[in-house]
Design a protein around this ligand. Structure first.
Ligand code: PXP
Length: 259
């Protein structure tokens, strides 16, 4: 399984001061030397972390493929077509959200998404769709012409955290899951089954399969066991660990678990 390291949070730290330090560009060589297979960045509409200039510098300098995440927004898609990263991952985006919550709505947004996919493919950019792990979303992704899907592992990660940490439930996104342990255990199994079944269906439809969101050094082995997933994109846990261990160790520790 390959590892995409999401380096947005380096830019989060920089933007806290609105200066030029730390520069996400500095992470490229360290990630590459310590087992990362890909660099992932998200150019958000509100530019809260990664800036346009970061994208240019990172794409120009990276020895690894760059996976650029973005919303279905014509201005941003035009920028993508000019930047030409090796892949664009389309994600849903709400300004008020802390991070990407849930997958794309391929049912009501299907026309806009099909148009954006066609535009990106015309620019010879591979397109991945960040979706919830359901058979319906996989089949729609295939119909819309995506090359790849990234399965949202946020639900799995939330349930795992509820079962394995002592944080109060309110720290997690899904309030309705204030449930006894045996029910949480069966929900964890359901969420893993949904990811596995979606990945299998995606492969049948010739879609490559990535997964990501909320993966960390504790929960990643359960996703790593799903053989039909070929790539994991991980940000928060790696950059969080790097504060204490340095980025080189944080990336190589994760690579050990993912490879
Ligand atoms: N994949 C996608 C599409 C994302 O939007 C994100 C979050 O930016 C990630 C992976 C990484 O999630 P995390 O930071 O929780 O590891």
């Amino acid at each position: 399984m390959t590892l995409g390291v999401n380096i947005d949070h380096i830019a989060v730290l920089r933007e806290a001061r609105k200066i030029n330090d730390p520069d996400p560009l500095m992470a490229l060589a360290i990630c590459a030397q310590n087992g990362a297979d890909q660099i992932t960045i998200h150019l958000r509409e509100d530019r809260r972390h990664i800036q346009d200039a970061d994208c240019v510098k990172i794409i120009q300098s990276s020895s690894l493929p760059v996976n650029l995440e973005c919303a279905i927004d014509q201005d941003i898609i035009d920028i993508m077509c000019e930047l030409k990263p090796h892949r664009v991952t389309l994600v849903p985006e709400k300004r008020e959200e802390v991070t990407t919550e849930g997958g794309l709505d391929l049912k009501t947004q299907n026309k806009a998404i099909a148009e954006v996919i066609a535009q990106l493919k015309q620019a010879q950019i591979d397109v991945s769709l960040f979706i919830d792990p359901t058979i319906e979303m996989i089949e729609l992704s295939s119909k819309l012409g995506a090359d790849m899907v990234e399965l949202h592992t946020g639900m799995f990660a939330n349930i795992y955290a509820m079962l394995n940490s002592s944080l109060p439930y309110s720290h997690h996104a899904i309030e309705e899951l204030k449930l006894p342990r045996h029910i949480l255990n069966s929900k964890l199994e359901d969420s893993l089954n949904a990811i596995e079944e979606s990945a299998t269906r995606a492969l049948e439809l010739n879609l490559e399969v990535a997964a990501g969101h909320g993966l960390n050094y504790q929960n990643v082995s359960l996703i790593r066991n799903i053989q039909t997933i070929s790539e994991l994109n991980i940000g928060q846990s790696i950059i969080a660990r790097s504060v204490f261990t340095g980025l080189a160790t944080a990336v190589s520790d994760m690579k050990e678990l993912v490879k």
